[in-house]
Design a protein around this ligand. Structure first.
Ligand code: SAM
Length: 391
């Protein structure tokens, strides 16, 4: 990557972004497939981290006078482990510094294992209006084999309780976890579709370098599904979800009408957003920024005396903006506007790009309607390769 200037501590925001991401990095166990900024069993740091997070909020808020926020997303790690008394302080601080009156969506990512009635009551009282539950697959043994301690009965109990508090519930599933067969996957989909939920994310398993899963595969201790099996299951999944009124609006996301995630759409539409917490990312319209992702450094440099959390800054070139627009646009069912993409290209590149579009169309990978191009189902499965071919 070029254009990266490391070790910045100064951010320049002309306007306050309307979308906030908050990172809660702590987990009770680290799942073997996980590559997020997540820390297992770090209880002694929880209170200090909460304080640092509060300092980051205060420091940022100094630049503005109570701007209005549209969406908040607390992700992790496992935000359902945020102790409720501290979470309440944190939300009060947010409420004091920003205007939450017109907040449209406030999501908390939660692990069903942690959820009690008290959590649901508190979250609901503290502006949260959307629950995102990490379910992954409804098979305890498959999850246990990946170091995810999940009692399936507990998930069912949560699904009885949670709809009494939240109308907008989303469930995360991972397609392709080792050990999953057609029967287990289709039964998972059938059960999930019967729950009173509004949104489902289906992530294709990514094997990240240096995760436990990566080494177990390399050492031939665990096997993942073949690509053609995953393609087959993905197609069946899209059909099944559609027949249950979950419309696909992005490669991995399906929603009942009107329940598409506003926060995620803001990312894909390249709206500006601000990330608070360890390793959290922000976008100011020109630069991609990432907070310090070493816990000790983050804690050491964000306190009452100073707030000097270093972050990585990457200024986007025109080529990168073109690529981002293409990638983030094509992920969504609404696709991208062709004339605004051509605007980035000189005559020679324009011809090449249009020829590639024609080929992809005749291969059944993209659809063109009017000025808009979007991926077909087959194209969505091959999104990365397809975009590399286009540029
Ligand atoms: C930031 S993670 C938080 C999960 C949360 N700690 C939990 O335990 O439910 C959000 C989601 O990303 C998905 N995910 C995590 N690692 C993945 C991987 N390697 N491949 C595909 N999806 C993954 C999972 O569905 C997960 O629920």
């Amino acid at each position: 990557m070029n254009n990266i200037s490391n070790k910045c501590t100064y951010e320049k925001w002309d306007n306050c972004p309307e979308y906030f991401y908050i990172h809660w990095p702590f987990c009770s166990n680290r799942c073997h497939y996980c590559d997020f900024v997540a820390l297992e069993k770090h209880d002694e740091f929880v209170e200090k981290y909460h304080e640092s997070l509060c300092w980051q909020i205060k420091h940022f808020a100094k630049n503005f006078y109570k701007p209005e926020i549209k969406t908040i997303f607390i992700g992790g790690g496992t935000p359902s482990l945020y102790p409720l008394n501290l979470f309440q302080n944190f939300i009060n601080l947010l409420d004091d510094n920003f205007c939450l009156k017109n907040l449209k969506e406030f999501t908390i990512e939660a692990n069903p294992e942690d959820i009690t009635k008290e959590h649901l009551e508190n979250w609901k009282d503290l502006f949260v209006n959307r629950l995102s539950l990490g379910v992954q697959v409804l098979d305890q043994d498959i999850l246990a084999n990946l170091n995810r301690k999940q009692d399936i009965e507990k998930i069912h109990k949560v699904m009885e309780m949670a709809p009494n508090y939240f109308d907008n519930i989303s469930v995360d599933l991972i397609l392709g976890l080792p050990g999953v067969d057609d029967k287990i996957w289709l039964e998972t989909l059938q059960t999930v579709c019967k729950w009173p939920i509004k949104h489902i994310s289906i992530y294709l398993l990514t094997v990240y370098n240096n995760t436990k899963l990566y080494f177990r595969i390399k050492e031939k201790k665990i096997k993942i599904l073949k690509d053609d099996k995953i393609v087959d299951l993905y197609e069946k999944t899209v059909d099944y979800l559609r027949s249950n009124n979950f419309e696909q609006y992005e490669i991995s996301n399906f929603a009942k009408k009107g329940f598409e995630s506003m926060h995620n759409i803001a990312y894909w539409d390249r709206k500006t957003y601000k990330g608070f917490g360890l390793g959290a990312c922000s976008f100011d319209g020109k630069n991609r920024l990432q907070n310090e992702n070493n816990l000790n450094k983050y804690l050491k440099n964000s306190n009452r005396e100073k707030f000097e959390v270093e972050f990585i800054q990457e200024s986007l070139t025109n080529d990168q903006i073109f690529l981002e627009k293409l990638m983030l646009g094509l992920r969504q069912n609404k696709g991208v506007d062709l004339p605004s993409m051509l605007y980035f290209l000189d005559e020679h590149k324009k011809d090449k790009f249009l020829n590639k579009i024609k080929t992809l169309k005749s291969d059944g990978l993209i659809k063109i309607s009017g000025d808009t191009i979007c991926l077909t189902l087959k194209g969505m499965m091959l999104e990365n390769e397809l975009i590399l071919g286009l540029i």
